[in-house]
Write a protein that binds this ligand. Structure first.
Ligand SMILES: Cc1cc2nc3c(=O)[nH]c(=O)nc-3n(C[C@H](O)[C@H](O)[C@H](O)COP(=O)(O)OP(=O)(O)OC[C@H]3O[C@@H](n4cnc5c(N)ncnc54)[C@H](O)[C@@H]3O)c2cc1C
Ligand SMILES: [Zn+2]
Length: 316
């Protein structure tokens, strides 16, 4: 359970603080069921009569009321409770129910990270104003094992190659010295009566600032997809540290949604039309013809549903 105000340290002086949230996994199902007026039932198995709408389970009634229909109840089974329905929504991209929950986070982060964060236009921000307040003397100083060389293959990226510890120490010391001098100039200007909105002109990207950000769950998931380090995205390491903490918060608040996010988005792959053609040809070459249903998998690791959905995708 999260408690309001719970705070996680990030980088050397930053943090992520849980402020507030709205909704849960059940409310997502409830919102989606507005179309039928049936609401959330249970995460446990249950069955519903298609004639009289009676629901039985998960506490299973000892004696059932009679059905409106003299032929008796016509049961439809929900063996995974509403988990199955939620998975259907997510996997078929019915995403508006996932816009119902909201999450507010407070952060303290280097301006460099904030600058990347505010590009997520669907989030609502309130950020400390350097016009009104004097920014604190806090600057991000990367550790030696973060002090990597510029990648030669990706212009945006740092490589995996580190400097030798002595060179790294020299660079880090120079950076620290500069941050100190820089802040002195800033303080002198503020003390000398220069308007804060102008005195801040020398603020480096490393200076810490604070803010609050609110987004709905769908947009938080979009943020995580772009800002967590995965096969799909290669964000700057620093913002990924914030995304990792927020991912854990979301997992704790909306565990079932987070599981679907991991299953269908974060660790999933999509194939282009040409890639699908190539895949089908490849499968035929190794003697598997999905058109003829010759692909079978007995691996107990996969459910029949996963195999059926895979087969449907592989067929032309
Ligand atoms: C690894 C990485 C590198 C990046 N490098 C750069 C860079 O070099 N330069 C740079 O400028 N940015 C860069 N960005 C920022 C990037 O271009 C996006 O601005 C940022 O990731 C926010 O994504 P978004 O637009 O999907 O999010 P949001 O702004 O939150 O939007 C969410 C979704 O809403 C919809 N949407 C929002 N606004 C509009 C609109 N006006 N029109 C249509 N649909 C809209 C889109 O579907 C969008 O995906 C980088 C991002 C990443 C993750
Ligand atoms: Zn009935």
């Amino acid at each position: 359970m999260l408690s309001k105000g719970q705070t996680w340290p990030v980088l050397d002086h930053g943090y992520v603080k849980y402020i507030n949230s709205m909704g849960d996994d059940e409310e997502i199902v409830e919102a989606a069921r507005m179309s039928t007026g049936r609401g959330f039932v249970s995460w446990e198995p249950y069955k519903r009569c298609e004639t009289c709408d009676l629901v039985d389970g998960p506490l299973w009634m000892a004696s059932l009321p009679e059905c409106d229909d003299s032929a008796g109840h016509k049961w439809k089974n929900f063996p995974r409770g509403d988990v199955g329905f939620m998975e259907y929504l997510y996997s078929h991209k019915h995403m508006t129910p996932f816009e119902m929950p909201d999450l507010i986070i407070e952060f303290k982060a280097p301006i460099m990270v904030i600058w990347e964060w505010v590009r997520h236009r669907t989030m609502s921000f309130n950020i400390e104003s350097g016009r009104y307040t004097q920014l604190a003397n806090e600057h991000y100083l990367p550790s030696k094992d973060r002090f990597k060389k510029q990648s030669t293959t990706n212009k945006q990226d740092s490589s995996i190659e580190l400097f030798d510890p002595d060179t790294a120490a020299l660079f880090i010391e120079a950076l620290a010295r500069e941050q100190e001098q820089n802040y002195e100039t800033y303080e002198d200007m503020v003390a000398g009566g220069v308007a804060k909105e102008l005195a801040r002109l020398n603020a480096p990207m490393a200076r810490y600032s604070r803010g609050r950000v609110k987004a709905n769950l769908r947009n938080w998931l979009a943020f995580l997809l772009l800002r967590k380090q995965t096969k799909h995205s290669n964000p700057q390491w620093e913002i990924a540290q914030y995304a990792d903490v927020i991912g854990e918060i979301i997992k704790s608040l909306y565990p079932r949604t987070y599981e679907l996010f991991e299953e269908y988005t974060l660790y999933a792959e999509t194939f282009s039309r040409s890639e699908m053609r190539a895949l089908r040809i490849l499968l035929k070459k190794v003697g598997v013809n999905p058109e003829k249903g010759s692909l079978t998998m007995d691996d107990p690791e996969f459910t029949a549903r996963t195999i059926a959905s895979l087969m449907a995708k592989l067929k032309g």
